[in-house]
Design a protein around this ligand. Structure first.
Ligand code: MSP
Length: 517
């Protein structure tokens, strides 16, 4: 079995998770599940980033000891991912013993190699980004473009890592390798590499910040944010002690949003190079979920709680919307109006109706048992052919991270299948007494539906599981290759109609959502 390793960013624990965090985690969950469907062995790492000023400050504001505070928030992240049935293999915490040990091991190694040195540096520091900014990263008012806050001028003796030494190597590496997706982020990184890279400050004196991992070679300092955080991708798979780590590392893919492009596309490959560890396979960068045209943030008060949405409208509905509505790499607007229109049109109308109508007819005319497949007519062959093509397109676009296109293709086939019901009208065949023809039509419908349900399993696992169980599909048959088998169901097997899986969202259920547009 081929192995593949996926990661989400590890999230700061200064506040509870919101829809933006949930998006990255859900995307990685969906992609992981898809790779399992196509027979990969998957390792999925997520976790929390728990050191630094931001977190120390947040704990202080709440009057809590940092350790108590990070335990609480990290637990909320974990519970949130458990609520969403996220299929992660490991949840890494940067305050864990195992992680700290690896960070210190790497720091010592790089120090001995002469990569880390003590120096005095003066620069503009953004507490939102938790790093020094270059001039290009400031807006006209001299604020951080991302956080819209004034960076602080900091002059301090600290340990540094010389990034610029590796600049031309990295430029060449990125130019030659397909490292960053979508391509326009690759161009953005190459553009960043045109400018000299300021040294990366990797420490803080303990008197200013105590909430961090102590430098093994100087106990007056703790290491700082990015140097600590990025290493989770290695500590999370047991580097360096567990030999298994290398097998996963060979095929590692990181998912992030564009806010942390620079640390992942510049600091991280350079750190890996300095440690003689192969560079990751790919960095997937998505855009922001905006609410009222702005990135969700606590200060703007436009945060959306993913559990709130899932509780009201369904977990699978939320997963579907997020994947369908955002073109990977670009920003997308989250609004309830869009959400409801999308769910009602695609899930309640197109897919939900197809399921309900078909199961209804099988119940009515065939006592809810799988009918036999008679001779196929040209209209049946035509439909199955277009379903097959749509599934191939779906697979292609899915594996190329063009999720909305993948879904568009699948939905074209779902709509065609709905038209097929009307065109073939199995009820008229029943009226004529031709049960063999009526049965064949319904069987073609059931087989198409099961292919849709398997294809959508990674995306909507809860509802797809129910549908596949209702169709008596065995768990061992939930595999990508089975979507092309149009005789998977067993004649005479009982099937269940069940409750509608994708009910229409009626106005009444979203009337009280207050600030959310
Ligand atoms: N702790 C660092 C990451 C270290 S990774 C080695 C960090 N944490 S964070 O809590 O700020 O999370 C940032 C990530 O959360 C983004 O890269 C993205 O995955 C997700 N998102 C946060 N807000 C988002 C949106 N509004 N829209 C989409 N994704 C968002 O940075």
């Amino acid at each position: 079995m081929k192995k593949i390793y996926f990661t989400t960013p590890i999230y700061y624990v200064n506040a509870s998770p919101h829809l933006g965090h949930a998006y990255t985690t859900l995307i990685v969950d969906i992609v992981s599940r898809f790779y399992k469907l196509i027979n990969y062995e998957v390792f999925f790492l997520t976790g929390t980033d728990e050191h630094g000023d931001k977190i120390q400050k947040a704990a202080k504001e709440k009057g809590k000891d940092p350790k108590v505070f990070v335990d609480e928030i990290s637990f909320i992240f974990k519970k949130t991912w458990d609520y969403f049935n996220i299929s992660y293999n490991k949840f890494i915490r940067t305050t864990s013993k195992e992680h700290k040990k690896v960070v210190q091991f790497i720091l010592q190694k790089l120090y001995e190699k002469g990569e880390i040195y003590l120096d005095e540096y003066e620069g503009l520091y953004c507490y939102g980004c938790e790093r020094f900014l270059t001039n290009k990263e400031l807006d006209k008012m001299g604020r951080c473009k991302d956080h819209k806050i004034q960076p602080e001028l900091i002059k301090e003796k600290n340990y540094f890592f010389n990034l610029d030494k590796y600049r031309s190597w990295l430029k060449e590496y990125i130019e030659k390798n397909d490292l960053i997706y979508p391509g326009f982020y690759k161009d953005e990184v190459l553009n960043m590499l045109e400018e000299e890279l300021p040294p990366l400050c990797i420490s803080r004196p303990k008197e200013r910040l105590s909430w961090g991992i102590e430098l093994p070679f100087d106990t007056n300092y703790v290491t700082y944010v990015w140097f600590d955080a990025l290493i989770n991708y290695l500590s999370g798979i047991g580097y360096p002690e567990n030999p298994e780590w290398e097998k996963w590392w060979e095929n590692v893919h990181h998912f992030i949003a564009k806010d942390i492009l620079r640390p992942h596309a510049i600091y991280w490959p350079i750190m890996l190079k300095a440690m003689d560890i192969p560079i990751y396979k790919k960095l997937f960068v998505h855009g922001y979920w905006l609410v009222n045209h702005f990135k969700m943030s606590k200060t703007l008060g436009n945060i959306i709680d993913p559990i709130d949405i899932a509780e009201r409208f369904g977990k699978d509905q939320l997963r579907y919307f997020l994947l369908r509505e955002m073109a990977f790499g670009y920003d997308a607007e989250f609004s309830l109006t869009n959400f409801i229109i999308r769910i009602n049109a695609d899930l309640a109308n197109d897919y939900g109706n197809l399921i309900y109508r078909t199961l209804n007819l099988v119940e009515k005319y065939f006592e809810s048992k799988v009918p036999s497949l008679g001779d196929l007519q040209p209209e049946d062959i035509e439909l199955l052919e277009s379903v097959k093509i749509a599934l191939k397109d779906y697979e292609f676009f899915f594996l190329n991270f063009q999720f909305y296109k993948a879904l568009e293709k699948l939905w074209e086939a779902i709509r065609k299948t709905n038209v097929y019901i009307d065109r073939t009208s199995p009820w008229s065949e029943v009226k004529k007494g031709d049960f063999i023809r009526a049965g064949t039509i319904l069987r073609v419908l059931l087989e198409s539906m099961k292919s849709f349900a398997i294809a959508l399993y990674p995306l909507m696992p809860e509802t797809s599981k129910i549908l596949l169980e209702n169709l008596s599909i065995e768990a061992k048959d939930i595999l990508w290759e089975k979507v092309f088998h149009f005789d998977l169901l067993k004649e005479g097997t009982p099937i269940k109609k069940g409750k509608p899986l994708y009910p229409r969202i009626e106005k009444i259920s979203y009337i009280n959502l207050g600030a959310i547009p």
